[in-house]
Design a binder for this molecule. Structure first.
Ligand code: FES
Ligand SMILES: [Fe+2]
Length: 337
């Protein structure tokens, strides 16, 4: 199986929601690396490699004491920056705190999400605009760990043509399609697919729930963040900011943050409706990714060809691997969806 590219360790990866990091240390694996998350005495989030430097016991098995994590094996205690604060039964000499330290991991909290970066690299998260603003309602949907490759999940959300098949009847339909205009905007570190269509999709969910639509835009921000926006005559109707965190080469932990304009119904009702109706769609994609990986593994690795609907081509994989693209505008191309 193809190993994960270095770009994953060098970029900010969403590993948990803020609300999941409470009184106990929480372990999360990202890019094959277990990380332990906890809060220091001041409430700020901290991340360390989930390995005690002493005898490599997982620190996440431990407990918190005064904003520091205590290893269960011999009780060494580590602060938010990794420094060793205590070795039970022994006196620490000066310099021992740093010499006996656990390895700190760069961590930031943004809009209710906890992002870590394992190696020096990406300076900040991409600017995702509306996902944090007060004029909109937002909610998070954390998916847990899925079997599948993060790259294939990213391609899945960017790819409209699977919706007529995998989501036949719910989003679009395999036996009734409509002409749309597809265009592609290419930037150095992101790529955007724009679909312009006069009416909502022909599946029942789209027809029942979707307000009038002019276009949808789905944009990959390298390496693993995708934002999808649906726009009607009055502007944005729905925005989904999705984070496809690679756990290892064959599994991922997806998160999505849903953003809607304030005013159309109470936010809890919108959240309940979106979760209820999208649940079967998400389950279909989840199963598809697992089966796709079955197909890839059965033959010892991926071997893809690009079809006439794959307008983004290999560029999704290039961004995932941290390569820069040649900026440009392509299309519109007419296809039926
Ligand atoms: S292994 Fe952690 S204190 Fe010894
Ligand atoms: Fe899908």
């Amino acid at each position: 199986m193809t190993p994960l590219p270095d770009s994953i360790a060098r970029s900010w990866q969403l590993v948990a929601l803020s609300k999941e990091v409470r009184g106990k240390p929480l372990t999360r694996k990202v890019a094959d690396t277990p990380v332990v998350l906890f809060r220091g005495a001041d409430g700020r989030i901290a991340a360390l490699l989930d390995r005690c430097p002493h005898r490599n016991f997982p620190l996440s098995d431990g407990r918190m004491k005064n904003g520091a994590v205590v290893c269960p094996y011999h009780g060494w205690r580590f602060g938010p920056d990794g420094d060793c604060l205590e070795v039970p039964g022994c006196e620490l000499a000066s310099g021992d705190g740093a010499r006996l330290a656990a390895s700190p991991v760069a961590v930031i909290e943004r809009n209710g999400g906890v992002f870590v970066r394992l190696k020096e690299g990406q300076a900040d998260l991409p600017d995702l605009g509306v996902w944090g603003d007060d004029d909109h309602d937002h909610f998070w949907w954390a998916q847990g760990v899925w079997r599948g490759r993060a790259l294939d999940a990213i391609e899945n959300v960017l790819d409209a043509f699977h919706t007529n098949y995998i989501h036949d009847g719910i989003i679009r339909r395999s036996n009734r399609r409509m002409p749309v205009h597809l265009s592609t905007n290419v930037f150095e570190t992101s790529i955007e697919q724009v679909i312009e269509q006069p009416i909502p999709d022909l599946g029942w969910m789209s027809r029942m729930l979707e307000p009038p639509r002019d276009r949808s835009r789905t944009r990959l921000y390298a390496p693993t963040t995708v934002q999808a926006r649906w726009e009607g005559p009055k502007g944005l109707t729905l925005c989904v900011s999705a984070f496809f965190t690679p756990v290892d080469a064959g599994s991922l932990r997806p998160f999505a943050r849903f953003t809607t304009p304030k005013g159309r119904g109470p936010s809890w009702l919108k959240e309940a409706a979106i979760r209820l109706f999208l649940n079967p769609v998400v389950a279909q994609d989840r199963r598809a990714l697992a089966r796709q990986l079955d197909g890839i593994e059965a033959f010892g690795g991926p071997r893809f060809i690009q079809g006439p609907g794959d307008l983004l081509g290999a560029r999704v994989a290039q961004l995932y691997q941290g390569q820069a693209l040649e900026p440009g505008v392509e299309g519109p191309f007419i296809r039926t969806l």
